[in-house]
Design a protein around this ligand. Structure first.
Ligand code: AMP
Length: 420
């Protein structure tokens, strides 16, 4: 089905084609006509499904159907869980709306930065606000934003909004909105709390379940390499150089590890930056911009900071440290293989983490062969490891200094793998 058959205006079709979208994704094909008719929508959609354009395009068109007013009134509110997502969604709305006959003003607001520039930006009115809930309420408390004219509300990544503890804030925001409005609800998962929020919010919604990727199943190859923890940075360097990877997202467990691994890569002349929750918003935005513009080859990120990272062409994701849960694993590897491209998700597994990796695999119903890379084969367990450990570079991770403990873990992992 072409975009032209969905009932969108020429200005929006022009923006769609300028962004290189050839045909609508499943969620777009289902949501756009329904939203244009004014229906509420309940969509199961992941990041990568094209959900942002699915709600933005028809809502932009609906905003154009009412005459422009001065001062501008806030008519479309999009709530998102993180600052990164706020920035991305806001930018996509601006880009999709750039050719509209009546220019619409989009404000992007999120916490963790000074509120004053955001208040200044809202002066004189805006048409659209993309916000994280806490900061939106702060702005409403300061009378910097008026919510009583909102005609359409989008909850984007509703499950993450609730995971991050925004239930109360959402409740307070809903109380400030007019009762008569259109509601769109997007979530990747539907645990009970999400279902009940959807039930409270939506009137006779159109149900949409979209696959995670525009072109069917994501094409992500998963691989696992066994390597001793102390040699992971060396292996990473080797793989980046050997495979001439242009853009790699590396996941680590802590802010400290992000700093150290990025630093070591830089020392090896691989341009890398850490990306974690304690960096300033300005720095995070800069890192993402550099990564997208290929001024940066590697970003070393923690899970918290990575939420909402959306890089269209990200061929490789590396789990330097394994994620804590299977859900985080899915979220991490879903950063690659976006928009119909193929991706590689590589996990470093050591003797101490193999049992945990097997659990993650089991939850997903896959079993990967543990590969070895020549020159980086794990050392045999026992006293030999203790001899090798002092030469291994520090990576911020756990080193193999206590072979006896590792031996036990390795034995446990072997037993658990057999039993799986
Ligand atoms: P989203 O699910 O909104 O985060 O979008 C995921 C990615 O798919 C983004 O990089 C979008 O720019 C891209 N995208 C959205 N719609 C389409 C489309 N119809 N065709 C190709 N790529 C798209």
């Amino acid at each position: 089905m072409p975009f032209t058959s969905l009932g969108l205006s020429p200005a929006l079709l022009r923006a769609v084609s300028a962004r290189g979208y050839l045909s609508p994704t499943a969620v777009q094909a289902a949501a756009i006509p329904a939203v244009l008719q004014g229906r509420d929508v309940l969509a199961t959609a992941q990041t990568g499904s094209g959900k942002t354009a699915a709600f933005s395009l028809p809502l932009l068109q609906r905003l154009q159907q009412t005459p422009a007013e001065k001062p501008r009134r806030l008519r479309l509110l999009v709530l998102v869980p993180t600052r990164e997502l706020a920035a991305q969604v806001g930018e996509e709305i601006r880009s999709l709306g750039q050719h509209l006959p009546q220019a619409l003003k989009v404000a992007i607001v999120f916490g963790g930065v000074s509120i004053n520039p955001q208040m200044m930006n809202l002066r004189g009115g805006v048409d659209i606000v993309v916000a994280t809930p806490g900061r939106l309420l702060d702005l409403a408390d300061h009378n910097a934003v008026v919510l009583s004219d909102v005609a359409a509300l989008v909850l984007d990544e509703a499950d993450r909004l609730l995971d991050l503890g925004f239930a109360d804030e959402i409740g307070r925001i809903l109380a400030l909105l007019p009762a008569q409005r259109q509601n769109l609800f997007f979530s990747a998962t539907f645990p009970t709390a999400v279902q009940s929020l959807a039930g409270e919010l939506l009137r006779d919604p159109v149900h949409i379940a979209a696959p995670a990727e525009p072109q069917g199943e994501p094409d992500i190859t998963q691989r696992a390499i066994t390597v001793d923890t102390g040699r992971r940075t060396q292996l990473l360097r080797h793989l980046i150089t050997q495979n001439a990877w242009r853009r790699v997202l590396v996941f680590v467990a802590t802010k400290h590890a992000a700093e150290i691994v990025a630093d070591k890569l830089r020392k090896a002349r691989i341009y890398a930056e850490p990306f974690h929750g304690e960096l300033s918003q300005g720095k995070r935005t800069q890192v993402l911009a550099d990564f997208k513009a290929s001024r940066l080859k590697v970003v070393v990120a923690t899970d918290v900071a990575s939420r909402g990272i959306d890089i269209a062409q990200l061929p490789v994701v590396v789990n330097y440290d394994l994620p804590r849960s299977a859900q985080d694993y899915i979220h991490r590897i879903g950063r690659t293989g976006r928009a119909g491209e193929s991706g590689l998700a590589l996990s470093f597994v050591s003797a101490g983490t193999e049992a945990h990796f097997r659990l993650i695999e089991k939850r997903q119903g896959v079993q990967l062969r543990l590969e070895q890379v020549e020159g980086f084969e794990p050392l045999p367990t026992g006293p030999a490891m203790a001899l090798a450990a002092p030469d291994a570079p520090s990576t911020g991770g756990i080193k193999g200094k206590r072979p006896s403990k590792k031996d036990k873990l390795r034995a446990a992992a072997a037993t658990s793998a057999k039993g799986a």
